[in-house]
Design a protein around this ligand. Sequence first.
Ligand code: SF4
Length: 328
Amino acid sequence: MTQLLPTAPAVLQARRLCRVYPVGRGPFRRPALLRALDEVSLEVAAGRTTAVVGESGCGKSTLARLVAMIETPSAGALEIDGIDALAARGSRRRDLRAAVQMVFQNPYASLDPRKNVRRLVEEPLLIQGRLTRAERHEAVAAMLQQVGLRAGHALRYPHQLSGGERQRVAIARALVLRPRLVVADEPTSALDLSVQAQVLNLLLDLQLAADVAYLLISHDLPLVRLIADAVLVLYLGRTAEQGAADAIFERPLHPYTRALLAAGPRLEAMAPRRQLPPPGEPPSPLEPPPGCAFHPRCRYATAICAVQRPLLRPLAGRLVACHHAEVI
Ligand code: SF4
């Protein structure tokens, strides 16, 4: 795979990840195969952020679940800190799962309402089983302070917290094990605009303090532009464009990336959120168009685009999958 950023050693290396789901089509027909992710590769370096962007159904959340080891890929390789995560078993697998934590989109749904904040943040430490009770409580208190919550929050329940406070608890839960990589799936999209900036600053501060890497799943391009070092653009489960964030935001080469950027709100206007999709509807992932999957929606499509799938190839300091990227 092409090295996209000359940085620290990779915490995450994913190579040609595929995820295929069988989809039932009735009693007398074989299930169809839905290729949710098709040969996607990426790296995330320590202390860096890689963002995955694309419309709904592009494979972003599938990729997040594979990297967080919630699901197993149908094919491909996944390494965390150089260790083969797919082959790891027993305590080695537990250690890898602790090294990769997830922050979900909706802090309202991701926290158990029956547990207070101390218990919620303590839980990952309890499962790991390495600390005494006193050490756990000390670690929880330090973590709550780090995410900007007061000691008094420890005994509150999720319904007694604001949306921003709940997301801080979710972040504390994710970071209390000192992970190497956090997979953040739309971490600010369920929050009020005023709270989004606070949570964003918190994530950046914690990254600086702990050198943790982020895999950010987002449709929020202004947010991505603010915090990502590298960007992966997915379309219908395939990589459309991939490279350093500066290069892609300054000069996107794939027509789909261009359409996404043209439709999104300007960076300086963090509000209002007004993102429009590229023209037309994304095709069904059950029956992707032949050739370039974007060709039915692409204003630059030519005859070859309808029959030949473009290879992902290096061009102008990034990878792009388009037959005509040089001349667009
Ligand atoms: Fe458009 Fe053709 Fe490029 Fe696909 S390969 S993005 S259809 S120009």
